[in-house]
Design a protein around this ligand. Structure first.
Ligand code: FES
Length: 120
């Protein structure tokens, strides 16, 4: 497994199943897309060749984050009320007190896989 993600070090203990979501070259740096992973809508973001996966639903009022904007500075902005998140960590930018829920990601043989449960 090639470690090109920001989340593989925190894979949840026991029983995570990975779901193939796309080919590695389907997302370019600075792009994001939403995928169904189990019962979750997951937002996959590619930044500097690394993949990051988050719960794709905004923690504010449950709008899909895939409808938002990803800036060149790597800030994810929700389309509804412009809450902002650091797309490399999921940490809140504005407001700083709210973070995105991360999901584990791995890349194998040019395919991107996302775990079916959040990082603990
Ligand atoms: S729903 Fe995302 S900022 Fe309000």
């Amino acid at each position: 497994m090639e470690d090109v993600t920001g989340a593989t070090a925190d894979i949840p203990a026991g029983g995570v199943s990975y779901v193939e979501v796309c080919a590695e070259d389907e997302l370019w740096d600075g792009e994001m897309d939403a995928f169904d992973v189990g019962e979750h809508e997951v937002l996959l973001v590619r930044l500097d060749g690394r993949y990051h996966a988050y719960d794709g639903i905004c923690p504010h009022q449950s709008v899909s984050l895939a409808d938002g904007e990803l800036t060149e500075a790597g800030v994810l902005i929700c389309s509804a009320h412009q809450w902002q998140f650091d797309a490399a960590s999921g940490n809140g930018v504005n407001p700083a007190t709210v973070c995105l829920t991360r999901f584990p990601v791995k890349v194998e043989d040019g395919r991107v896989f996302v775990g079916d449960r959040p990082v603990a």
